[in-house]
Each structure stands twice: as structure tokens, then as C-alpha cells.
Ligand binder design. Structure first.
Ligand code: KIV
Length: 284
């Protein structure tokens, strides 16, 4: 048995309690290795449906099926031991009705053992958020630029650039908080609007392209690592992982072509014959 005490995983109420206390740090994660690396540094990891674009080459998040979210959710849960893991509900898996949302989010929680789900929408999803929270499903909401509504919004567009649009977004934030969401993602909106929302509602706001005054920040991991070929304006690249991968693969290809890899250090030798008495004889 291990002498180490088991590490307690961060919960949705822990994240809610961080409002006004400490900045909440989060990233997306889609697979076990990167989840394990991010785990000690992040309060929560989001298995975002952005994985459809980042990992699977779709142009939008709309084609992502529930099963794919579950597959990646399970991988992230195997890699991360401490951070709360939140799994995105993909387009079409929750909008129809609260019972449909419950059935699918219960499936996600049962099959991944994640600690919460995220869904997109403000006032229009308030009834569903309330229904899920009443039945044991912690919900993170997501307002502002909601990529699953791209066909209604007419593209990946910053929201709330006109002051006339602020009230609707503030009402969305209030509605998801009143419905019981433990946190809300604010995506792609002017900093001043995100500051107003953050001041007004009692749950943490998690900003992505929403400026400096949110209670926490989230980025797509591949974007901040410098792995994504194109990134939005709000992304800071904290690494050059794409270049590092390119240099490593270039080096490997060159060495294979030149016959410089593998060397004797990378090969297996035969077992030495065992000379001890009695060894090597067949049993009668
Ligand atoms: O799917 C995702 O990665 C997200 C983040 C951008 C918040 O929803």
C-alpha cells in the first residue's frame, strides 16, 4: 500500500469558492500525457469540443459526437489526478430539452468520471442548467462567443462590441448564475464588459479573449504552446512546441536517411549463453 496520502481532486464547489480569492488557472486538455503535465499547474482542465478542430481537423466544433468527448474525457481523467476535469457537451447533445441534457451529461459523468460538464448558452439554457444542477450534475456555463452557434452568429465574432449588446450578455451571465452554474466562461468580449459581469455575478468568470479582470483564464493548450498554425489575437504563445517538433522530426529524418540512427546504443544484443552447471540441458 502507498505511504502517500491520496491527492484530493479539486471539485466544482472548490472552483466556485475561488471567486475573489485567487486567480483560477485552466487550460484545455485532450489527452493523457499533456493532462498529466498540466495537472499540477491548473485548477481545472477542460476537455473542450475545440478538440474537433485542434485534434481532428474539423473546421468547426459542430461535427463532434458525444462518444469522441467521452473518449478524450477518459484519457484526460487517466492523466490528471488533481485538477477538476470538465467535459464539454457537444452540439446537439443537450439543447433539445432538460431530460435529454441530463441523459447525455449523466452518460459523460458515468463513463469518464469527470467532475463537471460545460455547455454553451445564457438565458436560453438556464432551465437546463437548473435541471442538471438539481440532479447532481455540476455545470460550467459559456457565454459571449459560443462556437456551437457559429451559423447563427455568422462566424467566430467578438460579442458585445456595441454597448447596446451589453445588457443581453449581462442578463445571460446573471441567468446562468441564478440557475446554479458554478462558473461561466466569457469568450471573446471587450474587457470592460467582462469586468462588469465579473463584478456583478457571484460565480467565477473564466475569460478567454475577455481581458484582465475575469476571475480566471483559460486558453486552448495547443495555442499557448505554439503548436497551432494560426491563433486568435487574444492568445499569447508561451512556448514554441511546433518548432521544437519540426526540428526533432527533421533531425530524425536526416539521421535515418544518412544511416546515423539507430546506433548500437539503440539496438538489442543477443542474450549471453548461460554457462552455469545444469543450465541448457533438457529435462528428462
Ligand atoms: O472548446 C473549448 O476549448 C472551449 C474553450 C475555448 C473555453 O470551450
Amino acid at each position: 500500500m502507498s505511504v502517500q496520502a491520496p491527492v484530493r481532486r479539486i471539485t466544482a464547489p472548490d472552483i466556485a469558492a475561488m471567486k475573489g480569492a485567487a486567480p483560477i488557472v485552466s487550460l484545455t486538455a485532450y489527452h493523457a500525457h499533456t493532462a498529466a503535465i498540466a495537472d499540477p499547474h491548473c485548477d481545472f482542465l477542460l476537455v473542450g469540443d475545440s478538440l474537433g478542430m485542434v485534434m481532428h481537423g474539423f473546421e468547426t466544433t459542430l461535427p463532434v459526437p458525444l462518444e469522441l468527448m467521452i473518449t478524450h474525457g477518459r484519457a484526460v481523467m487517466r492523466g490528471a489526478k488533481r485538477a477538476l476535469v470538465v467535459v464539454d457537451m457537444p452540439f446537439g447533445s443537450y439543447e433539445e430539452s432538460p431530460p435529454v441534457a441530463f441523459r447525455n451529461s449523466a452518460k459523460v459523468i458515468k463513463e469518464t468520471q469527470c467532475g463537471a460538464v460545460k455547455l454553451e448558452g445564457g438565458r436560453r439554457m438556464a432551465e437546463t442548467i437548473d435541471y442538471l444542477c438539481q440532479r447532481g450534475v455540476p455545470v460550467m456555463a459559456h457565454i459571449g462567443l459560443t462556437p456551437q452557434s457559429i451559423n447563427v452568429m455568422g462566424g467566430f465574432k467578438v460579442q458585445g462590441r456595441e454597448k447596446s449588446q451589453w445588457k443581453a450578455l449581462e442578463d445571460d451571465a446573471q441567468a446562468v448564475a441564478d440557475a446554479g452554474a458554478f462558473a461561466v466562461v466569457l469568450e471573446a468580449m471587450p474587457e470592460e464588459l467582462a469586468r462588469r459581469i465579473t463584478r456583478k455575478i457571484p460565480i467565477p468568470t473564466i475569460g478567454i479573449g475577455a481581458g484582465r479582470h475575469c476571475d480566471g483564464q483559460i486558453l486552448v493548450m495547443e495555442d499557448m504552446l505554439g503548436l497551432s498554425p494560426r491563433v486568435p489575437k487574444f492568445v499569447k504563445q508561451f512556448g514554441g512546441v511546433g518548432q521544437a517538433i519540426d526540428a526533432a522530426i527533421r533531425g530524425y529524418a536526416e539521421e535515418v536517411r544518412q544511416g546515423a540512427f539507430p546506433t548500437v546504443d539503440h539496438t538489442y544484443a543477443m542474450k549471453k549463453p548461460d554457462k552455469s552447471p545444469g543450465k541448457g540441458k533438457q529435462r528428462a
